[in-house]
Design a protein. Structure first.
Length: 195
């Protein structure tokens, strides 16, 4: 009798540890997929911005810091992945954060204040979708449109921004500041991740 219990418990333990192992492997696959999609989107966005700045100058490039304009975004959507950028200080009100994003933003801002390193976050919602968040830090070239409005954003660029985004709050950032976050959603039924 005792032996049978022992065998059953051993079996249970091995089943549980097996599923746990599978879950970690799949989550790390999601993370690396998330990292490469974000890197690809950022590169495309940056290159589009840089070439438009070259052609039309900063005021003419003002409409090009927008992920929705990228055809990449549609390609991801077909795979069940959405990509969004949001911030606590917005230029475009349509990028406003939802509850989960608000939570991540507040946590990152607190970590910045405490001089901690900002690490990516992977979360699962109650419906089983996975969410991947990464910080967006301000780089030198971004200051032309998000930096000090008196010294870094040129008057003609400022005018173009004000005209298109009257409610703009995304300026006066310094290099290294938390400009916002990336948020990738992997829809449950579309990916081969854990359920
Ligand atoms: C040519 C001007 C310009 C440059 C350069 C620029 N941005 Fe933007 N940025 C904008 C505009 C305009 C928007 C609003 C886009 C939209 O309509 O979604 C924006 C929006 C954003 C948003 C989305 C949140 C929000 O405020 O609506 C983030 C995040 C962002 N920019 C980060 C950056 C980073 C990081 C860089 C540097 C790599 C950068 N930007 C460079 C003009 C610029």
């Amino acid at each position: 009798m005792y032996k049978r219990y022992l065998i059953i418990s051993l079996l249970l333990v091995s089943i549980i540890s097996c599923t746990e192992k599978k879950e970690t492997t799949d989550l790390s696959a999601l993370k690396s997929k998330g990292d490469s999609l974000i890197a690809q989107t950022f590169d495309t966005l940056r290159n589009t911005l840089l070439s438009t700045i070259g052609e039309k100058g900063f005021p003419g490039a003002v409409s090009f810091c927008n992920t929705k304009a990228l055809s990449l975004t549609n390609t991801y959507a077909a795979e069940g992945i959405t990509i969004k950028r949001t911030s606590d200080k917005l230029r475009n009100p349509a990028n406003r954060p939802d509850n989960m994003e608000q939570e991540i933003l507040s946590a990152y801002l607190q970590m910045k204040e405490d001089k901690q390193e900002l690490k990516p976050v992977l979360k699962k919602d109650t419906e089983g979708n996975h969410h991947y968040f990464k910080p967006i830090l301000l780089q030198a070239m971004c200051s032309n449109c998000h930096g000090d409005k008196n010294t870094q954003i040129k008057p003609d660029t400022w005018e173009a921004i004000r005209l298109q985004y009257p409610a703009d709050a995304a300026f006066n950032y310094k290099e290294g500041d938390l400009r916002g976050i990336w948020h990738l959603t992997f829809l449950k039924n579309k990916i081969n991740g854990p359920n």
